[in-house]
Write a protein that binds this ligand. Structure first.
Ligand code: SF4
Length: 336
């Protein structure tokens, strides 16, 4: 539940905007207004750290006017813009550098127009199948109980012969999505990590056991399931810790669901992200030592610090062996 909700006036003209207004009024959440969902100036917080926490407790309800979608390689063709940010406070979150000093959670109420935009892209590309990513700039699940955006998107893609949807989450309030007619067109992915990394760095998110139990429900509901292990952090007894994570996952699922996928992303950071993280979490124990990393130019022109090639190979071999051991039928989509 957010601490304050700020509405763009135009959002109140949409049924979802009106419904949310009534809902938050009943919940006695502080309500404010803004002329633009891109420029919200009423969030308190004098220091960067305070502004960050207050931003995460603020929900902005707006109308998306941009008609085009951003591309989203390698996991999909396009981003499906439903929400931005999330109330979690993961110390490494890359959105921290992208969403400004007060990374408020934002949802769009003109979901019908957004899905009509997706239909346009699908039509242009058919008979090729077009894939949309619903979590490129957010974790869309925490707002789902009152916004229902994923439910709408999943039902929409269920009816698309040439459109597919995917999103990833660390959150577990997913029961409202189990009955949606998805037709296997939505891949539901959970982001996993070791118990100690979740405890140390993924503040305000559910524990591993809760994520695995939600994943089990999703698989039982017939959704194609995926696991994203990100970021893979090399510290302490990392081999043992990741083995324990795989063991818990295999036990929770009781076998390998058909079509299970893994996406594996090692920890990396840009110089700018390092500065932001150290400002918001001055005492962070995240390993941000440039000396121990290799500098690599990324696809967007700026460089990032990744693990050295030899260690990357060791990680690749180890994770491939864990997937093979615990989920023989699963496919590793990529390891970066
Ligand atoms: Fe960022 Fe995801 Fe953590 Fe939310 S749950 S703070 S989007 S990494």
């Amino acid at each position: 539940m957010p601490k304050r909700v700020i509405f763009e006036k135009e959002a109140l003209q949409y049924p979802l905007g009106e419904k949310l207004f009534r809902y938050f009024q009943e919940q006695r959440v502080a309500i404010g207004y803004t002329s633009s969902h891109n420029r919200v100036t009423s969030i308190p917080g004098r220091t960067r750290a305070e502004g960050f926490v207050e931003g995460k407790r603020t929900l902005v309800v707006g109308v998306r006017r941009t008609k085009s979608f951003e591309t989203c390689r390698p996991s999909a063709h396009f981003q499906l813009p439903l929400a931005t940010s999330c109330p979690g406070r993961c110390e490494y979150c890359y959105l921290m550098t992208n969403l400004g000093r007060k990374p408020y959670v934002r949802i769009y109420v003109n979901v019908d127009e957004i899905l009509a935009g997706a239909r346009g892209y699908i039509e242009q590309k058919k008979p090729e199948v077009t894939v949309f990513e619903g979590a490129a700039t957010s974790d869309p699940v925490p707002v789902e109980p009152y916004a229902g955006l994923l439910a709408r998107a999943i039902a929409f893609f269920g009816a698309q012969e040439y459109g597919r949807f995917r999103f990833v989450t660390k959150f577990t309030d997913i029961d409202s999505l189990l009955e949606i007619p998805h037709q296997g067109h939505t891949r539901f992915r959970f982001s996993l990590n070791t118990e100690s990394i979740i405890r140390q760095y993924e503040h305000g998110t559910p524990v591993l056991a809760a994520r695995l139990s939600a994943a089990n429900k999703v698989a039982a509901a017939g959704y194609p399931l995926g696991f994203l292990v990100a970021p893979i952090i090399i510290s302490g007894d990392w081999r043992e810790d990741y083995r324990a994570m795989f063991e818990s996952a295999a036990a929770a699922l009781g076998g390998c669901p058909p079509g299970l996928t893994f996406e594996l992303i090692t920890h990396r950071f840009t110089r700018r992200a390092k500065g932001t993280i150290q400002e918001v979490y001055p005492g962070t124990s995240l390993d941000l030592d440039e000396e121990a990393r290799t500098f690599k130019y990324g696809q967007f022109g700026y460089g990032k610090y990744v693990y050295p090639a030899e260690l990357m190979q060791e990680i690749r071999d180890y994770f491939n062996s864990l997937v093979g051991e615990y989920f023989q039928e699963a496919k590793v989509e990529y390891l970066v």
